[in-house]
Write a protein that binds this ligand. Structure first.
Ligand code: SF4
Ligand code: SF4
Length: 440
Protein backbone atom coordinates (compact mmCIF):
# COMPACT_ATOMS: atom_id res chain seq x y z
CA UNK A 1 0.00 0.00 0.00
CA UNK A 2 1.36 3.42 -0.91
CA UNK A 3 1.47 6.02 1.83
CA UNK A 4 2.03 9.76 1.69
CA UNK A 5 3.28 10.89 5.07
CA UNK A 6 5.37 14.05 5.05
CA UNK A 7 8.95 14.02 6.34
CA UNK A 8 7.81 16.06 9.33
CA UNK A 9 5.19 13.43 10.16
CA UNK A 10 7.72 10.62 9.76
CA UNK A 11 9.96 12.29 12.33
CA UNK A 12 7.50 10.98 14.93
CA UNK A 13 8.66 7.38 15.60
CA UNK A 14 5.07 6.19 16.15
CA UNK A 15 3.99 7.57 12.77
CA UNK A 16 7.11 6.08 11.14
CA UNK A 17 6.13 2.70 12.60
CA UNK A 18 2.54 3.09 11.35
CA UNK A 19 3.90 3.96 7.90
CA UNK A 20 5.99 0.77 7.85
CA UNK A 21 2.98 -1.33 8.84
CA UNK A 22 0.66 0.30 6.29
CA UNK A 23 3.18 -0.23 3.49
CA UNK A 24 3.22 -3.97 4.22
CA UNK A 25 -0.51 -4.31 3.46
CA UNK A 26 -1.25 -5.41 -0.11
CA UNK A 27 -5.07 -4.99 0.16
CA UNK A 28 -5.62 -8.69 -0.53
CA UNK A 29 -8.46 -8.97 1.99
CA UNK A 30 -7.58 -12.50 3.17
CA UNK A 31 -7.89 -11.15 6.72
CA UNK A 32 -11.58 -10.35 6.30
CA UNK A 33 -12.41 -14.07 6.21
CA UNK A 34 -11.31 -14.61 9.82
CA UNK A 35 -12.36 -11.30 11.37
CA UNK A 36 -15.17 -11.83 13.90
CA UNK A 37 -16.73 -8.40 13.43
CA UNK A 38 -16.77 -8.73 9.63
CA UNK A 39 -18.32 -12.16 10.09
CA UNK A 40 -21.12 -10.67 12.23
CA UNK A 41 -21.66 -7.32 10.52
CA UNK A 42 -20.55 -7.90 6.90
CA UNK A 43 -19.33 -4.29 6.64
CA UNK A 44 -15.91 -3.70 5.03
CA UNK A 45 -15.26 -0.95 7.60
CA UNK A 46 -15.64 -3.58 10.34
CA UNK A 47 -12.95 -5.72 8.73
CA UNK A 48 -9.18 -5.42 9.27
CA UNK A 49 -8.64 -4.05 5.76
CA UNK A 50 -11.39 -1.46 6.20
CA UNK A 51 -9.98 -0.38 9.54
CA UNK A 52 -6.49 -0.13 8.07
CA UNK A 53 -7.84 2.29 5.43
CA UNK A 54 -9.62 4.35 8.08
CA UNK A 55 -6.46 4.56 10.20
CA UNK A 56 -4.31 5.44 7.17
CA UNK A 57 -6.64 8.25 6.17
CA UNK A 58 -6.79 9.62 9.73
CA UNK A 59 -3.04 9.54 10.31
CA UNK A 60 -1.91 10.74 6.88
CA UNK A 61 -4.18 13.76 7.07
CA UNK A 62 -3.28 14.44 10.70
CA UNK A 63 -6.98 14.49 11.48
CA UNK A 64 -8.66 14.18 14.84
CA UNK A 65 -10.57 10.90 15.01
CA UNK A 66 -14.07 11.16 13.56
CA UNK A 67 -17.16 9.46 14.95
CA UNK A 68 -17.02 7.00 12.04
CA UNK A 69 -13.43 5.99 12.78
CA UNK A 70 -14.16 5.64 16.49
CA UNK A 71 -17.21 3.46 15.84
CA UNK A 72 -15.31 0.97 13.70
CA UNK A 73 -12.11 0.93 15.78
CA UNK A 74 -14.13 0.50 18.99
CA UNK A 75 -15.82 -2.54 17.44
CA UNK A 76 -12.42 -4.18 16.83
CA UNK A 77 -11.73 -6.81 19.48
CA UNK A 78 -7.94 -6.65 19.09
CA UNK A 79 -8.29 -10.42 18.80
CA UNK A 80 -5.47 -10.39 16.20
CA UNK A 81 -7.00 -13.21 14.19
CA UNK A 82 -6.19 -11.01 11.18
CA UNK A 83 -2.49 -11.19 12.02
CA UNK A 84 -2.57 -14.97 11.89
CA UNK A 85 -4.27 -14.90 8.48
CA UNK A 86 -2.31 -12.08 6.84
CA UNK A 87 0.22 -13.41 4.32
CA UNK A 88 2.16 -10.12 4.31
CA UNK A 89 2.99 -9.94 8.00
CA UNK A 90 1.02 -6.72 8.64
CA UNK A 91 1.46 -5.89 12.34
CA UNK A 92 -2.16 -4.88 12.90
CA UNK A 93 -1.73 -4.92 16.70
CA UNK A 94 0.77 -2.06 16.74
CA UNK A 95 -1.25 -0.14 14.17
CA UNK A 96 -4.55 -0.37 16.05
CA UNK A 97 -2.81 0.37 19.38
CA UNK A 98 -1.47 3.57 17.85
CA UNK A 99 -4.91 4.41 16.42
CA UNK A 100 -6.55 3.92 19.82
CA UNK A 101 -4.03 6.29 21.43
CA UNK A 102 -4.71 8.84 18.66
CA UNK A 103 -8.47 8.50 19.28
CA UNK A 104 -8.00 9.01 23.01
CA UNK A 105 -5.98 12.18 22.34
CA UNK A 106 -8.18 13.74 19.68
CA UNK A 107 -11.77 12.56 20.15
CA UNK A 108 -14.19 13.69 22.85
CA UNK A 109 -16.51 10.80 23.66
CA UNK A 110 -20.01 11.31 25.09
CA UNK A 111 -19.90 11.91 28.83
CA UNK A 112 -21.33 8.48 29.82
CA UNK A 113 -18.74 6.68 27.69
CA UNK A 114 -15.93 8.79 29.13
CA UNK A 115 -17.00 8.11 32.69
CA UNK A 116 -17.39 4.39 32.12
CA UNK A 117 -13.96 4.11 30.51
CA UNK A 118 -12.33 6.18 33.23
CA UNK A 119 -13.98 4.03 35.89
CA UNK A 120 -12.86 0.76 34.28
CA UNK A 121 -9.31 2.02 33.75
CA UNK A 122 -9.07 3.20 37.35
CA UNK A 123 -10.82 0.34 39.12
CA UNK A 124 -9.77 -2.85 37.38
CA UNK A 125 -6.01 -2.54 37.97
CA UNK A 126 -6.66 -2.13 41.71
CA UNK A 127 -7.63 -5.58 43.00
CA UNK A 128 -8.55 -4.55 46.53
CA UNK A 129 -10.83 -1.74 45.35
CA UNK A 130 -12.18 -3.85 42.49
CA UNK A 131 -13.59 -6.29 45.07
CA UNK A 132 -15.99 -3.67 46.47
CA UNK A 133 -18.18 -3.13 43.36
CA UNK A 134 -18.03 -6.88 42.75
CA UNK A 135 -19.57 -7.52 46.16
CA UNK A 136 -22.38 -5.05 45.33
CA UNK A 137 -22.60 -6.71 41.93
CA UNK A 138 -23.45 -10.05 43.53
CA UNK A 139 -26.47 -8.43 45.22
CA UNK A 140 -27.53 -6.64 42.03
CA UNK A 141 -26.98 -9.61 39.68
CA UNK A 142 -30.64 -10.75 39.68
CA UNK A 143 -31.65 -7.31 38.34
CA UNK A 144 -29.46 -7.55 35.22
CA UNK A 145 -32.38 -8.33 32.82
CA UNK A 146 -34.33 -5.38 34.25
CA UNK A 147 -31.36 -3.03 33.74
CA UNK A 148 -30.96 -4.27 30.18
CA UNK A 149 -34.68 -3.61 29.60
CA UNK A 150 -34.33 0.05 30.63
CA UNK A 151 -31.32 0.57 28.36
CA UNK A 152 -28.45 0.15 30.85
CA UNK A 153 -26.89 -2.57 28.69
CA UNK A 154 -23.32 -1.86 29.87
CA UNK A 155 -24.37 -2.32 33.52
CA UNK A 156 -26.32 -5.49 32.70
CA UNK A 157 -23.26 -6.80 30.82
CA UNK A 158 -21.02 -6.06 33.80
CA UNK A 159 -23.39 -7.79 36.22
CA UNK A 160 -23.54 -10.85 34.02
CA UNK A 161 -19.78 -11.23 34.42
CA UNK A 162 -19.86 -10.98 38.22
CA UNK A 163 -19.24 -14.43 39.74
CA UNK A 164 -21.59 -15.93 42.33
CA UNK A 165 -19.08 -15.38 45.11
CA UNK A 166 -15.75 -13.62 45.54
CA UNK A 167 -12.95 -15.74 46.98
CA UNK A 168 -10.73 -14.22 49.71
CA UNK A 169 -7.89 -12.14 48.33
CA UNK A 170 -4.54 -13.96 48.50
CA UNK A 171 -1.69 -11.88 49.87
CA UNK A 172 0.91 -12.91 47.34
CA UNK A 173 3.28 -9.98 46.82
CA UNK A 174 6.79 -10.79 47.92
CA UNK A 175 5.94 -14.43 48.64
CA UNK A 176 8.49 -17.07 47.67
CA UNK A 177 7.21 -20.63 47.15
CA UNK A 178 10.06 -23.06 47.41
CA UNK A 179 10.77 -25.88 44.99
CA UNK A 180 10.16 -29.42 46.17
CA UNK A 181 13.37 -31.40 45.94
CA UNK A 182 16.31 -29.98 44.06
CA UNK A 183 15.70 -26.47 42.68
CA UNK A 184 16.18 -26.40 38.91
CA UNK A 185 14.95 -22.88 38.17
CA UNK A 186 13.59 -19.70 39.76
CA UNK A 187 10.70 -17.85 38.13
CA UNK A 188 8.43 -14.89 38.79
CA UNK A 189 4.71 -15.48 38.43
CA UNK A 190 2.64 -12.40 37.57
CA UNK A 191 -0.05 -11.92 40.20
CA UNK A 192 -2.14 -9.70 37.94
CA UNK A 193 -5.11 -7.58 38.95
CA UNK A 194 -8.42 -9.11 37.83
CA UNK A 195 -7.43 -12.79 38.05
CA UNK A 196 -6.53 -12.85 41.77
CA UNK A 197 -9.93 -11.34 42.56
CA UNK A 198 -12.05 -13.55 40.31
CA UNK A 199 -10.00 -16.75 40.27
CA UNK A 200 -7.08 -16.97 42.74
CA UNK A 201 -7.14 -20.76 42.26
CA UNK A 202 -5.41 -20.37 38.89
CA UNK A 203 -2.15 -18.93 40.20
CA UNK A 204 -2.29 -21.20 43.25
CA UNK A 205 -2.46 -24.20 40.88
CA UNK A 206 0.43 -22.85 38.80
CA UNK A 207 2.60 -22.42 41.90
CA UNK A 208 1.88 -25.98 43.06
CA UNK A 209 2.69 -27.49 39.65
CA UNK A 210 5.92 -25.50 39.37
CA UNK A 211 7.05 -26.28 42.93
CA UNK A 212 6.25 -29.95 42.41
CA UNK A 213 8.53 -29.98 39.37
CA UNK A 214 11.49 -28.33 41.09
CA UNK A 215 10.79 -24.66 40.30
CA UNK A 216 10.95 -21.90 42.88
CA UNK A 217 8.26 -19.28 42.36
CA UNK A 218 8.33 -15.68 43.50
CA UNK A 219 5.54 -13.14 43.40
CA UNK A 220 7.61 -10.01 42.99
CA UNK A 221 6.94 -7.11 45.37
CA UNK A 222 6.10 -3.90 43.51
CA UNK A 223 4.59 -5.46 40.39
CA UNK A 224 1.01 -4.58 39.51
CA UNK A 225 -1.39 -4.54 36.57
CA UNK A 226 0.40 -5.28 33.29
CA UNK A 227 -1.19 -2.17 31.75
CA UNK A 228 -3.11 -3.93 28.99
CA UNK A 229 -6.57 -2.70 30.03
CA UNK A 230 -5.47 0.95 29.85
CA UNK A 231 -3.35 0.26 26.73
CA UNK A 232 -6.30 -1.20 24.82
CA UNK A 233 -8.40 1.82 25.72
CA UNK A 234 -5.73 4.09 24.22
CA UNK A 235 -4.75 5.49 27.63
CA UNK A 236 -1.06 5.40 26.88
CA UNK A 237 0.20 7.51 29.75
CA UNK A 238 -1.55 5.33 32.35
CA UNK A 239 -0.49 2.13 30.59
CA UNK A 240 3.17 3.13 30.33
CA UNK A 241 3.27 4.17 33.99
CA UNK A 242 2.19 0.63 34.93
CA UNK A 243 4.62 -0.90 32.43
CA UNK A 244 7.57 1.04 33.86
CA UNK A 245 6.64 0.07 37.42
CA UNK A 246 6.62 -3.62 36.45
CA UNK A 247 9.89 -3.33 34.55
CA UNK A 248 11.45 -1.74 37.65
CA UNK A 249 10.08 -4.44 39.96
CA UNK A 250 11.20 -7.38 37.82
CA UNK A 251 14.58 -5.81 37.03
CA UNK A 252 15.24 -5.33 40.75
CA UNK A 253 14.34 -8.99 41.37
CA UNK A 254 16.58 -10.16 38.51
CA UNK A 255 19.46 -8.15 39.97
CA UNK A 256 18.75 -9.33 43.51
CA UNK A 257 18.24 -13.07 43.17
CA UNK A 258 17.97 -13.86 39.44
CA UNK A 259 14.98 -14.95 37.37
CA UNK A 260 14.92 -17.65 34.71
CA UNK A 261 11.50 -16.61 33.43
CA UNK A 262 8.52 -14.36 34.10
CA UNK A 263 5.45 -16.56 33.85
CA UNK A 264 1.92 -15.43 33.15
CA UNK A 265 -1.34 -17.37 33.54
CA UNK A 266 -3.55 -14.73 31.86
CA UNK A 267 -2.63 -14.66 28.19
CA UNK A 268 -4.06 -11.17 27.66
CA UNK A 269 -1.44 -9.88 30.11
CA UNK A 270 1.25 -12.10 28.59
CA UNK A 271 0.77 -10.57 25.13
CA UNK A 272 1.25 -7.08 26.54
CA UNK A 273 4.28 -8.02 28.66
CA UNK A 274 5.91 -9.62 25.62
CA UNK A 275 5.37 -6.25 23.91
CA UNK A 276 6.95 -4.13 26.69
CA UNK A 277 10.19 -3.95 24.71
CA UNK A 278 8.31 -2.39 21.79
CA UNK A 279 6.17 -0.14 23.96
CA UNK A 280 9.23 1.41 25.65
CA UNK A 281 11.59 1.24 22.65
CA UNK A 282 11.85 5.03 22.49
CA UNK A 283 12.55 5.53 26.18
CA UNK A 284 16.33 5.45 26.68
CA UNK A 285 15.99 4.84 30.43
CA UNK A 286 13.80 1.76 29.91
CA UNK A 287 14.25 0.36 26.40
CA UNK A 288 16.91 -2.20 27.31
CA UNK A 289 15.34 -3.28 30.60
CA UNK A 290 11.89 -3.59 29.01
CA UNK A 291 13.27 -5.71 26.16
CA UNK A 292 14.89 -8.01 28.73
CA UNK A 293 11.60 -8.38 30.61
CA UNK A 294 9.78 -9.17 27.35
CA UNK A 295 12.42 -11.74 26.49
CA UNK A 296 11.87 -13.53 29.81
CA UNK A 297 8.05 -13.50 29.63
CA UNK A 298 6.36 -16.80 28.91
CA UNK A 299 2.87 -18.17 29.11
CA UNK A 300 2.63 -20.88 31.76
CA UNK A 301 1.78 -23.43 29.04
CA UNK A 302 4.95 -22.61 27.08
CA UNK A 303 7.00 -23.24 30.19
CA UNK A 304 5.26 -26.42 31.31
CA UNK A 305 5.11 -27.95 27.83
CA UNK A 306 8.91 -27.80 27.72
CA UNK A 307 9.14 -29.84 30.93
CA UNK A 308 8.51 -33.50 31.61
CA UNK A 309 5.29 -33.53 33.61
CA UNK A 310 4.79 -36.21 36.20
CA UNK A 311 1.09 -37.13 36.20
CA UNK A 312 -0.18 -39.38 38.96
CA UNK A 313 -2.71 -42.15 38.50
CA UNK A 314 -6.29 -41.66 39.58
CA UNK A 315 -7.83 -38.68 37.80
CA UNK A 316 -10.42 -39.34 35.08
CA UNK A 317 -9.16 -38.94 31.48
CA UNK A 318 -11.67 -36.18 30.76
CA UNK A 319 -12.52 -34.83 27.32
CA UNK A 320 -11.23 -31.27 27.41
CA UNK A 321 -12.45 -28.73 24.86
CA UNK A 322 -9.44 -26.45 24.54
CA UNK A 323 -10.48 -22.86 23.86
CA UNK A 324 -7.50 -21.07 22.34
CA UNK A 325 -7.58 -17.54 23.79
CA UNK A 326 -6.93 -15.10 20.93
CA UNK A 327 -4.18 -13.34 22.88
CA UNK A 328 -2.37 -16.66 23.21
CA UNK A 329 -3.00 -18.16 19.78
CA UNK A 330 -2.93 -15.02 17.60
CA UNK A 331 -1.09 -12.58 19.86
CA UNK A 332 1.70 -14.85 21.09
CA UNK A 333 1.48 -17.68 18.52
CA UNK A 334 1.41 -20.17 21.39
CA UNK A 335 -0.70 -22.82 19.72
CA UNK A 336 0.45 -26.37 20.30
CA UNK A 337 1.94 -26.01 23.84
CA UNK A 338 -1.33 -25.83 25.84
CA UNK A 339 -2.72 -28.80 23.92
CA UNK A 340 0.50 -30.75 24.42
CA UNK A 341 0.61 -29.90 28.12
CA UNK A 342 -2.96 -31.15 28.62
CA UNK A 343 -2.31 -34.27 26.63
CA UNK A 344 0.96 -34.94 28.53
CA UNK A 345 -1.07 -34.70 31.72
CA UNK A 346 -3.43 -37.44 30.49
CA UNK A 347 -6.43 -35.51 29.12
CA UNK A 348 -8.10 -36.01 25.74
CA UNK A 349 -7.93 -32.64 23.98
CA UNK A 350 -10.87 -31.75 21.74
CA UNK A 351 -10.74 -29.08 19.02
CA UNK A 352 -13.57 -26.55 19.01
CA UNK A 353 -15.09 -25.80 15.59
CA UNK A 354 -14.30 -22.22 14.47
CA UNK A 355 -11.66 -22.21 17.20
CA UNK A 356 -9.95 -19.17 15.68
CA UNK A 357 -12.97 -16.93 16.33
CA UNK A 358 -12.95 -14.82 19.51
CA UNK A 359 -15.35 -15.56 22.38
CA UNK A 360 -16.11 -11.84 22.71
CA UNK A 361 -14.31 -11.26 26.00
CA UNK A 362 -11.35 -9.17 24.79
CA UNK A 363 -10.45 -7.21 27.92
CA UNK A 364 -13.23 -4.71 28.56
CA UNK A 365 -14.90 -5.37 25.17
CA UNK A 366 -17.73 -7.41 26.71
CA UNK A 367 -18.63 -4.38 28.84
CA UNK A 368 -18.09 -1.69 26.21
CA UNK A 369 -19.61 -3.63 23.27
CA UNK A 370 -22.06 -5.99 25.00
CA UNK A 371 -24.22 -6.77 21.94
CA UNK A 372 -21.38 -7.97 19.71
CA UNK A 373 -19.64 -9.68 22.62
CA UNK A 374 -22.86 -11.53 23.49
CA UNK A 375 -23.28 -12.75 19.90
CA UNK A 376 -19.70 -14.02 19.84
CA UNK A 377 -20.08 -15.75 23.20
CA UNK A 378 -23.28 -17.51 22.07
CA UNK A 379 -21.60 -18.60 18.84
CA UNK A 380 -18.58 -19.91 20.78
CA UNK A 381 -20.77 -21.84 23.20
CA UNK A 382 -22.85 -23.39 20.40
CA UNK A 383 -19.59 -24.60 18.83
CA UNK A 384 -18.31 -25.97 22.14
CA UNK A 385 -21.53 -27.74 23.00
CA UNK A 386 -21.51 -29.48 19.61
CA UNK A 387 -18.45 -31.51 20.67
CA UNK A 388 -19.91 -32.41 24.10
CA UNK A 389 -16.81 -31.99 26.27
CA UNK A 390 -16.62 -32.82 29.98
CA UNK A 391 -14.82 -29.58 30.67
CA UNK A 392 -13.63 -26.45 28.85
CA UNK A 393 -10.08 -25.18 29.35
CA UNK A 394 -9.02 -21.60 28.48
CA UNK A 395 -5.74 -19.89 29.28
CA UNK A 396 -7.13 -16.43 29.97
CA UNK A 397 -9.32 -15.22 32.83
CA UNK A 398 -11.36 -13.03 30.46
CA UNK A 399 -12.33 -15.99 28.27
CA UNK A 400 -13.06 -18.17 31.31
CA UNK A 401 -15.45 -15.58 32.75
CA UNK A 402 -17.07 -14.84 29.39
CA UNK A 403 -17.68 -18.48 28.43
CA UNK A 404 -18.82 -19.48 31.93
CA UNK A 405 -21.69 -16.97 31.75
CA UNK A 406 -23.33 -18.96 28.97
CA UNK A 407 -22.91 -22.66 29.67
CA UNK A 408 -23.25 -25.22 32.45
CA UNK A 409 -20.10 -27.03 31.26
CA UNK A 410 -17.34 -26.28 33.80
CA UNK A 411 -14.68 -23.84 32.57
CA UNK A 412 -11.16 -23.98 34.05
CA UNK A 413 -7.65 -22.82 33.29
CA UNK A 414 -5.50 -25.60 31.74
CA UNK A 415 -2.98 -25.30 34.60
CA UNK A 416 -5.72 -26.24 37.09
CA UNK A 417 -6.18 -29.51 35.21
CA UNK A 418 -2.43 -30.11 35.07
CA UNK A 419 -2.20 -29.42 38.80
CA UNK A 420 -4.95 -31.98 39.48
CA UNK A 421 -3.31 -34.54 37.20
CA UNK A 422 0.05 -34.15 38.91
CA UNK A 423 -1.19 -34.56 42.47
CA UNK A 424 -3.05 -31.31 43.28
CA UNK A 425 -6.68 -30.82 44.30
CA UNK A 426 -9.64 -31.23 41.96
CA UNK A 427 -10.39 -27.80 40.38
CA UNK A 428 -13.18 -26.18 42.40
CA UNK A 429 -15.75 -26.06 39.56
CA UNK A 430 -15.21 -29.75 38.84
CA UNK A 431 -15.39 -30.63 42.51
CA UNK A 432 -18.78 -28.92 42.73
CA UNK A 433 -20.00 -30.98 39.76
CA UNK A 434 -18.62 -34.18 41.25
CA UNK A 435 -20.13 -33.49 44.68
CA UNK A 436 -23.58 -32.75 43.18
CA UNK A 437 -23.18 -35.95 41.15
CA UNK A 438 -23.85 -34.25 37.83
CA UNK A 439 -22.35 -36.61 35.22
CA UNK A 440 -19.14 -35.23 33.77
S1 SF4 B 1 -8.15 -7.68 15.63
FE1 SF4 B 1 -9.86 -9.13 15.38
S2 SF4 B 1 -11.71 -7.83 15.30
FE2 SF4 B 1 -9.93 -6.48 15.00
S3 SF4 B 1 -9.71 -6.34 12.77
FE3 SF4 B 1 -8.35 -8.01 13.43
S4 SF4 B 1 -9.60 -9.88 13.24
FE4 SF4 B 1 -11.02 -8.11 13.18
S1 SF4 C 1 -4.50 -9.97 4.79
FE1 SF4 C 1 -2.82 -8.57 5.37
S2 SF4 C 1 -2.10 -7.73 3.42
FE2 SF4 C 1 -4.13 -8.61 3.02
S3 SF4 C 1 -5.58 -6.90 3.35
FE3 SF4 C 1 -5.43 -7.98 5.30
S4 SF4 C 1 -3.82 -6.87 6.39
FE4 SF4 C 1 -3.61 -6.27 4.26
Amino acid sequence: MQTSFSLAQLADPDVAEADKILRACVHCGFCTATCPTYLLLGDELDSPRGRIYLIKDMLENDRPASEEVVTHIDRCLSCLSCMTTCPSGVHYMHLVDHARAHIEETYRRPIGDRLLRALLAWLMPRPRLFRIPLLFGILAKPFAPLLKGIGLTWLAAMLKLVPGKIPPHPSEQGRVSLAQGERTARVALLTGCVAPVLAPDINAAAVRVLNRHGIEVVSVAGEGCCGSLAHHMGREHEALTMVRANVDAWTAEMDRAGLDAILVTASGCGTTIKDYGFMLRNDPAYAEKAAKVSGLAKDISEYLAAMTLQPVAGHPALNVAYHAACSLAHGQKVVHQPRQMLSDAGFAVQEIPEGHICCGSAGTYNILQPELAGQLRDRKIRNIERIKPDVIAAGNIGCITQIATGTVIPVVHPVELVDWATGGPVPAVLERRISTETPL
